[in-house]
Write a new protein. Sequence first.
Length: 339
Amino acid sequence: MNQPIPSSSPSGDLQLDSQGRLQHLLDIEGLNRSMILTILDATHSFISANNQEIKKVPLLAGKTVCNLFYEASTRTRTTFELAAKRLSADVLNINIGTSSTSKGESLLDTVRNLQAMQCDMFVVRHQESGAAHFLAEHVAPHVSVINGGDGCHAHPTQALLDMYTIRKHKPDFQQLKVAVVGDILHSRVARSQLHALRLLNTGEIRVIGPRTLLPTSLSSRGVKVYQDMDSGLRGVDVVIMLRLQEERMAGGLLPSRQEYFQLYGLTQERVKLAKADAIVMHPGPVNRGVEIESEVADGPQSVIMEQVTTGIAVRMAVMSIALANRQNRKLVLPGEVDA
Ligand code: CP
């Protein structure tokens, strides 16, 4: 990629129009509580639509959505593709490995060419923090950019699907103790989750991990920090496990995977420290035996597969809201009647 990408950018102004409506989704930072609740409520309608035999609705008919994944993905890419197809859009999945990126074409030139083919929306995953912001600054005025995960910065649709999953099981965020466990430092998922949990007025937010994998500024932002896993898990309602982002570690941050599992792995014994009805979450991909025991990942308190399914509906909600705002029209959700 030849174009420089800023390491991070403010999102608020860029992702909203002059009336404060969502145009791009780049980050949870810059959204407000009401916008998050609107997306979660819309997600609920799309979950109902996804449970019908005919899952398609015509909300993006005639539009073209382009998936641009410069980094590996199973869940995000496929659920965006399914979401766009269920909204009746045409979908392009660009294979970056066989695209002209390998001949030196920049991210921006790639997008300009796809825009010339009349793409209306880009879903972007990129190893550089700020890549989605950078594109949002440069696309044509009618085009939306949705961040599918950028570097260590943000993964907003993951955080939204996680909030939906929590709300489904535990509707009152103010009563909840939520623990986010593991490699917080390198996790775009954790950053977006922490913003969303704060916006939803979560009663107590805890992060648990080794000192080398925790950002320094967390406690000043109202988050309780624990380096001892057992203390941090005691009495929580929700446990969110994170993958060790070894591809982003400079090295020397961890003694070994085995020792990490001994200190921070979620085992059946440790789950008992949380409330008896606590739910266990993980954004995936799961490294069994590194951050979580298989018996817990597949156990009765795990909602990991539910998170995956919810990913389709939350992405349908985000794409429909952005497009309706672009077209300056009210979004009529599946099951609703236009007044
Ligand atoms: N949770 C998540 O982003 O998974 P993928 O990397 O498979 O998209």
